[in-house]
Design a protein around this ligand. Structure first.
Ligand code: ATR
Length: 272
């Protein structure tokens, strides 16, 4: 049985083993997938032990995505640009490929729900690692423009510099946002994780706007409550993104594409 794992700290909350169990049930693949708590500063040692022991692949969650980026023997172009790796693949020659599947997981989730991105005006809140990881796949959907708003504007400006060749990108502060008529608003800040909420002006949303929170919780997040108050036509949290990145990982390792929708439904049922 090939073995896989997810490394993180904390890790107890991880749904990845359950998601991959669903994928195995669906596809009949035989693999083991465990979660492993890794001490800060010990990523390399833990990854060496795992791969030297025959492990075939890893998912990487906070705070090790940059460690995984440096650990990989080679990077996919999208991981190179994202500056982060959430997926390690042991190749037959023993080398380790680093990839990122978070962004494609999110974009696929949006497309699965029937959201349109092409030609649409997008707003992203936040400019940290999570946002950097989704910009390339989002811009690949050819939105008319993407505005990145962040508390620290210089970080949003840096992302514009790093990704401007892929599409129409702007940076601003939250205060500078007004009457945006945005079709799709994505929350990529970690404010909610600290029990905080970004203060946003009214009238940001176009009619029929869709709002996506990259984080998820059993209860609606602060951002999704805001979206509802503002009359968003569609809204969702990031559970589908989590399952989507797992599906891309499973595909990279097993070369079989699992179905995500039944797994999202099942996890949602268990959460509430
Ligand atoms: P992640 O890996 O989750 O992206 P990160 O790289 O630390 O974590 O980025 C966190 C993001 O959430 C940043 O955009 C941060 O804003 P700053 O760049 O100004 O720090 C944003 N953020 C965190 N707490 C916030 C809050 N209370 N209000 C607004 N933005 C917040």
């Amino acid at each position: 049985t090939d073995s896989y794992a997810v490394f993180g700290n904390p890790i107890a909350q991880s749904k990845s083993p359950a998601i991959h169990r669903h994928f195995c049930d669906q596809t009949g693949e035989d693999m083991a997938y465990t979660k492993q708590l890794v001490a800060e500063g010990e990523f390399k040692q833990a990854a060496d032990t795992f791969f030297n022991g025959g492990g075939r692949g890893l998912n990487i969650t906070a705070p090790f995505k940059l460690d995984a980026f440096h650990y990989a023997t080679r990077l996919t172009p999208r991981a190179e640009r994202a500056g982060a790796v959430n997926l390690l693949i042991k190749e037959n020659d023993g080398s380790i490929t680093g990839d990122t599947s978070d962004g494609i997981g999110m974009v696929n989730d949006m497309l699965n729900m029937g959201w349109e991105l092409e030609g649409k005006k997008l707003l992203i809140l936040g400019a940290g690692g999570a946002v950097r990881g989704v910009l390339e796949p989002l811009l690949g959907q050819k939105p008319s423009s993407v505005t990145i708003a962040n508390r620290t504007v210089s970080k949003a400006e840096q992302l514009v510099k790093d990704f401007h060749d892929l599409g129409e990108l702007n940076a601003c502060s939250f205060d500078e946002l007004s009457d945006g008529h945005f079709d799709v608003v994505i929350n990529g800040t970690s404010a909610g994780l600290h029990g905080e909420r970004v203060n946003l002006p009214d009238n940001l949303l176009a009619s029929q706007a869709a709002c996506y929170d990259m984080s998820y919780a059993a209860e609606p997040t602060g951002f999704l409550r805001w979206a509802e108050e503002q009359g968003a036509a569609k809204l969702t949290d990031g559970l589908g993104m989590l399952v989507g990145q797992a599906a891309e990982s499973f595909y990279a390792w097993r070369h079989i594409r699992p179905e995500v929708v039944p797994v999202i439904t099942e996890l949602r049922r268990k959460m509430t």
